[in-house]
Design a protein around this ligand. Structure first.
Ligand code: B1M
Length: 213
């Protein structure tokens, strides 16, 4: 509850000590899923309800980032050879990168090499990087309804270039139905590489694991 309030009230000081205290009783994954993510959701809900102004949301997001950075070292890490390569980006026009960064942490900690292109990344940049590194999958994150359109656009562009990278999509703006629809190209045919919706970072990992096996 104290961690929740620190995020909600935009107070970074001492968040690490509180997390350490929580970690004596719970695993890092549990703290992430049952404390940090609900706190950020609370911030979003209050913003949506007009209770918080945008600069406050940004400050809460900074506290959240600091908390995730601290937890990162306690998340299980698989060392050794890479299990696969994933090109990851927040789509063009979208600055939300907390979820994308979490996906990166979870994938990297589980043995995948992640090429993180950052936020507001144009489709062409994503595709060119995937070709350059010979990616096993492309991961896209979008939090705005408007920017989520970049996802089917990327799939369409991949198909146009004759490429078949599997595309994993996630973010608060989309859902499973969106993922299903994004699988189909404008001419009605299915994208041969496949489009996979991930509800959260762990489902993203499951999908990557399934694709790699
Ligand atoms: Co903005 N924002 N925001 N925001 N923001 C939302 C998304 C919003 C829902 C808030 C609301 O109205 N309730 C709303 C979108 C409305 C819509 O389109 N339907 C919104 C808006 C409107 C905006 C602006 C337009 C506000 C404005 O300027 N008027 C603006 C947009 C700027 C832009 O992008 N062009 C804006 C700006 C911002 C901040 C900069 C202040 C800040 C972002 C800081 C940052 O990321 N560096 C911010 C924040 C923090 C939020 C909320 C509050 C929290 C988002 C977040 O970080 N959640 C958000 C409200 C909400 O989502 N409820 C909101 C925590 C994060 C861990 O979750 O990213 O969903 P999420 O990731 C999850 C899963 O979705 C999944 O895994 C993660 C968890 O395990 N996942 C993937 C995500 N990507 C994945 C990819 C995968 C797999 C899984 O594979 C590749």
């Amino acid at each position: 509850e104290r961690i929740h309030l620190q995020i909600l009230h935009r107070r970074p000081e001492g968040i690490e000590a509180l997390l350490d205290e929580a970690l004596t009783r719970r695993s890092a994954v549990d703290v992430l899923n049952s404390v940090l993510l609900p706190a950020m959701k609370d911030v979003g809900d209050r913003f949506g309800a007009g209770e918080l102004i945008l600069p406050f949301v940004l400050q809460s997001a900074e506290v959240m980032k600091r908390a995730v950075a601290h937890l990162e070292r306690f998340l299980d890490r698989v060392e050794g050879v890479t299990k696969g390569k994933v090109v990851l980006a927040t789509v063009y026009g979208d600055v939300h990168d907390i979820g994308k960064n979490l996906v990166k942490t979870i994938l990297a900690n589980n043995g995948y090499t992640v090429f993180d292109l950052g936020k507001q990344v144009p489709v062409a940049t994503v595709i060119e990087k995937a070709v350059e590194v010979g990616a096993d999958a492309i991961g896209l994150s979008a939090l705005l309804v408007s920017t989520s359109k970049q996802m089917p656009y990327c799939v369409e562009e991949l198909a146009r270039r004759g490429l078949e990278f599997p595309v994993i999509i996630g973010g608060a703006a989309i859902n499973r139905r969106f993922g299903y629809r994004a699988h189909f190209l404008q001419d009605g045919s299915a994208y041969p590489g496949g489009v996979f919706y991930a509800r959260d970072a762990f489902e993203g990992l499951e999908i990557v694991e399934a694709l790699a096996s």
